[in-house]
Write a protein that binds this ligand. Structure first.
Ligand code: NOJ
Length: 454
C-alpha cells in the first residue's frame, strides 16, 4: 500500500493581509438571457447554434440564468465569505451591433449588478473581453479586421463612462492566446475561423486593442487598477533529445511569451525562438511595436496544468505536438488536463522574471471533476485537494520572494465550458441545469471556512 503524505493545513494569514481572494466567471458562461431586453447575438450565440460544434450540442441560452437571478449567487458569495467577484461584460448586451446604438437595458443590468455587489460588500472585478465579440462585428471580419481596435476602444469608452465611478478593478482581455488560437486558427471555438493569416491578424489586433483599451481606462478613470489576463502553462520536453527540447522552447514561446512580451513593450519574441513569428511582419504597421506596450498595474495569470511536448514534422508552424496526459498515465481532471500543481509555481516565477510587471494575480485556477449529488450533497474531495495543492505551490513561490498578490478560483458555479458544454463542472457551487438549483460543494464549504476571519 502506498503511504499518503499528510500536508500541513493552510491558513489565509500565511498569504499576507493584503492578499486578494476571489472567484472568477464570464458573461457568456453564466448569464443566459441570450436575447433578453435587446441584447444582440455574440459570436458564441451563433457558434453554439451550429450542429456538432459543442459537445452534446449544448448551448448557453439559459446557462446559469445569472442575468435573472444574480442576487441568488451574490447571496451565496456572501455566505461563502468571498470578497472579490470577477465577471465580464457582454459587449453585445450593451452594444447590440458592437458599435453605434446603445442598449440602455444592458447598461442598467450591469449597473444593478455592480450596485448589488457593492451593497453586499463584494468588490467587482470587470473583464472587458471574455471571448464574446458581437456577431455583427464578426460579419466584418471580427479581430482579423484592423478596425477592431477602434470598435473595441469605443466599447471600452462606454464601459468606463457608465461603470468607472464604481468599478475600480479592470481586466482588458481574457486569455488572448486561447481565444485567438482556438477561434481563429483551429476553428474549434467561436467564431470558427481557421488558418495562419486569420490567426496572425487576430493576434496583432488583439494585442494592439489590449494596450489601446487600457489607455482609455487610464485616461478616463483616475483610480482604476488596470490589468489584463494571460493563460500560461509549464511546458516540458518529452525526452532530453535536442529536438524535443527545441520543440518545447517553441511552444513555451508561443504560449507563455508571445502575448505578454509585446504588452510589456518588448515587441514580439525573436523568430529564432519561434520562426513563424516572421509571418506576422506584413500586418505590423510603423509605430505598432510602441503602441502595443502599456504600463499595467497588474497582470493576471491563469494556470491549470502542464504540457509535455515532442518534436513533430506533422504539426505545421510550431513543429511540436502535445503528449497527452492520458498517454503519460498521470492523474487528470475531467478536461483531460494533467493535475500538476508545480506548474503554477513555475509560471509565477516565469512572470516574475519580467521586471516590468508590478503585480501578479492568479486570476483563474480550478478544476473540473465528475461531481455527484448524493443525499443533496456534493463531496468533491478531488477539487478541494486540487485547490489546496495549487495554493501550497503559490505560497512556496511567495515565501521564496516572488510577487504574487491574489488568487481567484475558477469558478463560482458550474457553468457553460465552451466546446465542452455542461459536461465539465468547475464550480465551488453545483448547478442543476434543469432546475437552476444550487448546492454548495464540499470545496465551497472548505473555501468559505478558509476565508473566514478569525
Ligand atoms: C479559461 C477561461 O478563461 C475560462 O473561460 C474557462 O472556462 C476556464 N479557463 C476553464 O477552462
Amino acid at each position: 500500500m502506498s503511504k499518503r503524505r499528510i500536508e500541513p493545513e493552510l491558513f489565509k494569514e500565511q498569504f499576507g493581509e493584503d492578499f486578494l481572494w476571489g472567484v472568477a466567471t464570464a458573461a457568456f458562461q453564466i448569464e443566459g438571457a441570450h436575447d433578453a431586453d435587446g441584447k444582440g447575438p455574440s459570436i458564441w450565440d451563433v457558434f453554439t447554434e451550429k450542429k456538432g460544434r459543442i459537445k452534446g450540442n449544448h448551448h448557453a441560452r439559459t446557462a446559469c440564468d445569472f442575468y435573472n437571478t444574480y442576487h441568488v449567487d451574490v447571496a451565496l458569495m456572501k455566505q461563502l465569505n468571498i470578497p472579490n467577484f470577477r465577471f465580464s461584460i457582454s459587449w453585445s448586451r450593451i452594444l447590440p451591433n458592437g458599435v453605434g446604438e446603445i442598449s440602455q437595458s444592458g447598461i442598467d443590468y450591469y449597473n444593478k449588478l455592480i450596485d448589488h455587489l457593492l451593497e453586499n460588500g463584494i468588490e467587482p472585478w470587470v473583464t472587458l473581453y471574455h471571448w464574446d465579440m458581437p456577431h455583427a462585428l464578426d460579419l466584418n471580419g471580427g479581430w482579423t479586421n484592423r478596425d477592431s481596435i477602434s470598435w473595441f476602444t469605443d466599447y471600452v469608452t462606454l464601459c468606463a463612462k457608465h461603470f468607472g465611478n464604481r468599478v475600480k478593478n479592470w481586466m482588458v482581455m481574457n486569455e488572448p492566446s486561447v481565444f485567438t488560437g482556438a477561434g481563429y486558427f483551429l476553428g474549434i471555438h467561436a467564431p470558427g475561423r481557421r488558418g495562419l493569416a486569420n490567426y496572425l491578424k487576430a493576434v496583432h489586433h488583439v494585442t494592439l486593442s489590449t494596450a489601446a483599451g487600457a489607455g482609455i481606462l487610464r485616461a478616463t478613470i483616475p483610480q482604476a487598477n488596470i490589468g489584463t489576463t494571460f493563460s500560461c502553462t509549464q511546458i516540458e520536453p518529452y525526452t532530453q533529445r535536442e529536438k524535443d527540447i527545441a520543440a518545447a522552447n517553441r511552444v513555451h514561446t508561443l504560449l507563455n511569451r508571445a502575448f505578454i512580451e509585446p504588452i510589456l513593450g518588448m515587441g514580439y519574441p525573436d523568430a529564432t525562438d519561434l520562426p513563424v513569428i516572421r509571418k506576422m511582419e506584413p500586418y505590423i504597421q510603423p509605430g505598432d511595436i510602441e503602441k502595443m506596450g502599456f504600463d499595467f498595474d497588474f497582470i493576471g495569470i491563469q494556470c491549470y496544468t502542464r504540457e509535455v511536448v515532442k518534436a513533430s514534422v506533422f504539426t505545421p508552424y510550431v513543429g511540436a505536438s502535445l503528449v497527452k496526459a492520458e498517454k503519460r498515465r498521470v492523474p487528470t481532471t475531467d478536461m483531460g488536463w494533467e493535475v500538476h500543481p508545480p506548474s503554477i509555481y513555475h509560471m509565477i516565477n516565469h512572470f516574475n522574471s519580467y521586471p516590468q510587471i508590478k503585480k501578479i494575480l492568479v486570476t483563474e485556477n480550478g478544476a473540473a471533476f465528475p461531481d455527484r449529488v448524493i443525499d443533496g450533497k456534493v463531496y468533491d474531495l478531488q477539487r478541494k485537494h486540487y485547490l489546496q495543492s495549487h495554493l501550497r505551490q503559490l505560497l512556496k513561490a511567495k515565501q521564496e520572494g516572488a510577487r504574487v498578490d491574489g488568487y481567484f478560483v475558477w469558478s463560482l458555479t458550474d457553468n457553460f465550458e465552451w466546446a465542452e458544454g455542461y459536461h465539465t463542472r468547475f464550480g465551488l457551487i453545483y448547478v442543476d441545469f434543469e432546475t437552476q438549483q444550487r448546492i454548495v460543494k464540499h470545496s465551497g464549504e472548505w473555501f468559505a471556512e478558509f476565508l473566514q476571519d478569525n
